[in-house]
Design a protein around this ligand. Structure first.
Ligand code: SAM
Length: 744
């Protein structure tokens, strides 16, 4: 991966030249380069360790120091001086402190005289002018020199000042001991210093307040920039906070000197997940830490755990004293994702508060974010963690339309909404409490109380039937027995390499082995408007595989596609044949697939739709299905699954495109033919199917290319009265009173 300086295109050639010199001088073999590697591999990863990155960081390092001396010398030492780099290196060396990084100092010794001046010229090109505001310059420098791909590895993104200011106004009280445990270039600390300086307190107390400000970061170069930023912001007080800035991994910080010292912990911890961690050892360490902090999610969600959420709890243990405050910017997923379901127990915290933001503010980050405030209260730590917290949520918006830069002082936030959030539900598994996502109090009123449906275990996912380019076919008749098959072009739209190749044409197989299959792409409310033909070497009566029983043509064709599959499958895939893959998790060769009556619904998407399927259709893995002998039970379920009441529940509970088991976490009772409401629902389901069939057929007759989306819209309009009637029955079935007005 090449790291580029896109913001300063004019320096690319200079960088290339210097990089070449270092490579020719075998700098990669040097002690200096090795010690840089050892320290920086912990921040990024093996794959990022290149001479180019070293060179770019050396520039940031020397620029950091140079500005530092400018600030302490009153801006006339290096700006005006024509002194060469050796003076700078010597001066850094004389400081003899932890921010002097010998591996960068050593770099200068490698260059010959005119190469040194080339390096210096390069620095001068990107060095701030006397007019550049330092506090934003450093962020810009890092952002433009170091590629986002690299910075993502340690979550290096900077918080815009409008947000930093707002958070500090809420949380910081003059004079408090405060720390940002991942302070980067010191944006939060800087604003606190500005606030202190502008206060009307005495000189002494201002000095003391500044001395109480601390910042930690894993990246020593960021801390150099933070040190300069803070020094500059402290103005006439001239406080060099070098002893308060620590180069540490805050996740594994155990030093006693700071044990529960701080009254406020504030910042924006790195955003990446356990999955993004390159080193298996470090990944394991973080997993163990999450366990120790009582926030480790269920095994299936562990890789998605947010490092920022581990920071939140780790800080409570190591840095916060009793009753102290924490205020962090966090990815919004911590309120909704299953990976954060133990995080949301908020054990040992009180007065939790959430700041949410409207879309225009959200856009300032790539991921939806919140600010989360809390106070440490060990008395509230409960072994079972069953405490249900009601959390106030404030939504903010920009006062003015976004006109200027995000860093402009014009960007003020004002309140757009206030709400309360409640845990949707809590459950205990293996004596651990999990809090399912937070939902607004308002929405909770409209929720059917959660409870498992009797159908939960009876609905199953269909068979994935992959790779589709090998088995989804268009069929031409040859005679009563045989058919000519070609790949079905419909499935190539979303196929990915190597499964997007046409690997056969005009093949002859026996018709016995052509099955009907259905996918969610043709499912609308109460109707499935098209299906697929699939070649499978199975007996139609019992779905058994008997290779010997295949006729010659079908056998030859299976050999062809099986060979292709085995040659192209991933090395890590353990499957020993195509059929084994098609029958993964036994989803294909099962009695259920043979049932003549099935109720299906889509496993993902923005809305839930369902239909009753009669006859021999195999169900693919993007659908869930229930097999039954009772057609009325099928219509009853399909009426419920298509309803607006059900869709509203899904909308509230869903946190991604996945729908899968959510409909069955609603207590749909087993069908009872003696229950009037059940019978009525079954009848409405049946009418829904009859009407939908006619509507879909006539629409497609007029325009065979009508999209699924359009068909769904037409059905929703034309079947409105049926949907309303179904909902009325459901209010009775689920004993709902409040929903009418929100749905219609
Ligand atoms: C999102 S940035 C925030 C920077 C700054 N607080 C701000 O808001 O502008 C996250 C910072 O965390 C640092 N970081 C990443 N992992 C860390 C760790 N384990 N311990 C301490 N700092 C870490 C990165 O170097 C980066 O500066």
């Amino acid at each position: 991966m090449k790291i580029d300086a896109s913001y300063f295109p004019e320096i690319k050639t200079d960088l290339d030249g210097l990089e070449k010199i270092l490579i020719n001088r075998m700098f990669e073999e040097s002690k200096a380069y090795h010690s840089w590697r050892t320290q920086f591999v912990e921040i990024y990863d093996e794959s990022s360790m290149e001479i180019r990155l070293f060179l770019l960081f050396s520039l940031v390092y020397f620029i950091g120091w140079k500005t530092f001396f400018n600030v302490i010398d009153g801006y006339d030492f290096f700006y005006k001086s024509s002194k060469d780099l050796n003076d700078l290196v010597n001066r850094i060396h004389q400081m003899n402190d932890k921010f002097s990084l010998p591996f960068f100092n050593e770099l200068i010794n490698v260059f010959a005289r005119d190469e040194k001046s080339k390096y210096k010229q390069l620095m001068d090109k990107i060095f701030p002018t006397a007019k550049t505001p330092l506090d934003t310059y450093f962020d810009e420098l890092v952002k433009t020199l170091i590629s986002p791909v690299i910075r993502h590895k340690s979550g290096e993104f900077y918080t815009p000042s409008f947000l930093v200011k707002k958070m500090i106004d809420k949380a910081y009280i003059f004079g408090e001991t405060v720390v940002d445990p991942s302070c980067g270039t010191g944006n939060f600390l800087l604003e606190i210093i500005k606030k202190v300086i502008h206060s009307d307190k005495s000189q002494n107390s201002k000095f003391e307040a500044i001395s109480n400000i601390h910042g930690f970061d894993i990246n020593p170069v960021s801390l150099i920039l933070a040190r300069v930023n803070l020094l500059e912001a402290s103005g006439n007080y001239h406080v060099d906070l070098k002893d308060n800035l620590k180069i540490v991994d805050s996740l594994f910080f155990e030093k006693d000197e700071f044990k529960q010292k701080f009254e406020l912990v504030i910042g924006n911890p790195p955003w990446y997940t356990l999955r993004d961690i390159y080193s298996p050892q470090y990944q394991e360490k973080v997993k163990k830490l999450a366990e120790k902090l009582d926030i480790k999610p269920l095994p299936k969600n562990i890789l998605n755990i947010e490092i920022a959420s581990v920071f939140f709890y780790k800080t409570k243990e190591t840095l916060m004293r009793e009753n102290s405050k924490i205020f962090f910017v966090l990815p919004r997923g911590v309120l909704t994702g299953s990976h954060a379901s133990r995080f949301r127990n908020f054990d040992g915290f009180r007065n939790i508060l959430i700041w949410n933001f409207d879309d225009s503010v959200m856009k300032t980050f790539n991921i939806d974010f919140i600010c989360l405030y809390g106070e440490k209260d060990s008395k509230l730590s409960d072994p079972l963690k069953l405490r249900k917290v009601e959390v106030p949520e404030i939504t903010w918006k920009f006062k003015k339309e976004k006109t200027k830069s995000l860093y402009s002082d014009d960007m003020r936030l004002i309140v757009s909404k206030k709400d309360f959030l409640l845990p949707y539900s809590k459950f205990i598994k293996n004596s651990r409490a999990y809090t399912q996502k937070f939902i607004s109090k308002d929405k909770i009123k409209h929720l059917i109380p959660s409870g498992e449906s009797a159908y939960k275990k009876l609905f199953h996912k269909g068979a994935d039937l992959n790779p589709r380019n090998l088995i989804f076919v268009k069929v031409k008749n040859v005679d009563n027995e045989n058919a000519i098959i070609n790949p079905d072009e419909r499935i190539f739209k979303r196929a990915k390499a190597p499964w997007n190749e046409i690997i056969f044409t005009e093949q002859i197989v026996n018709k016995r082995y052509i099955f009907n299959a259905i996918k969610s792409t043709e499912l609308v409310s109460f109707n499935l408007f098209s299906h697929y033909s699939v070649f499978l070497p199975l007996n139609k009566n019992n779905l058994e595989f008997d290779f010997e029983a295949l006729d010659q043509n079908s056998r030859r064709f299976y050999n062809l596609i099986n060979g292709y599959y085995l040659n192209h499958k991933k090395k890590s895939t353990k499957m020993t044949s195509l059929l084994e893959n098609l029958n993964h998790w036994q989803k294909l060769i099962t009695e259920r697939q043979l049932s003549r009556i099935k109720v299906v619904y889509n496993n993902s998407g923005s809305i839930l739709t369902s239909a009753v399927i009669i006859d021999n259709y195999l169900v693919t893995g993007d659908l869930s299905f229930f097999d039954t002998n009772d057609i009325n039970e099928a219509y009853y379920l399909s009426a419920i699954l298509n309803s607006k009441v059900m869709n509203e529940q899904i909308r509230i509970k869903k946190s991604s495109r996945h729908i899968f088991k959510i409909p069955l976490g609603i207590p749909i009772p087993p069908y009872n033919k003696k229950d009037k409401i059940h019978l009525d629902l079954a009848n409405l389901g049946k009418i829904g199917h009859q009407k939908a069939k006619k509507i879909v057929e006539s629409t497609l007759n007029k325009n065979p290319r009508t999209s699924k989306f359009k068909l769904q819209k037409i059905l929703e309009k034309k079947l409105k009265s049926i949907f309303t009637e179904i909902d009325e029955k459901l209010y009775l079935l689920f004993d709902l009173k409040n929903n009418l007005e929100i749905l219609h």
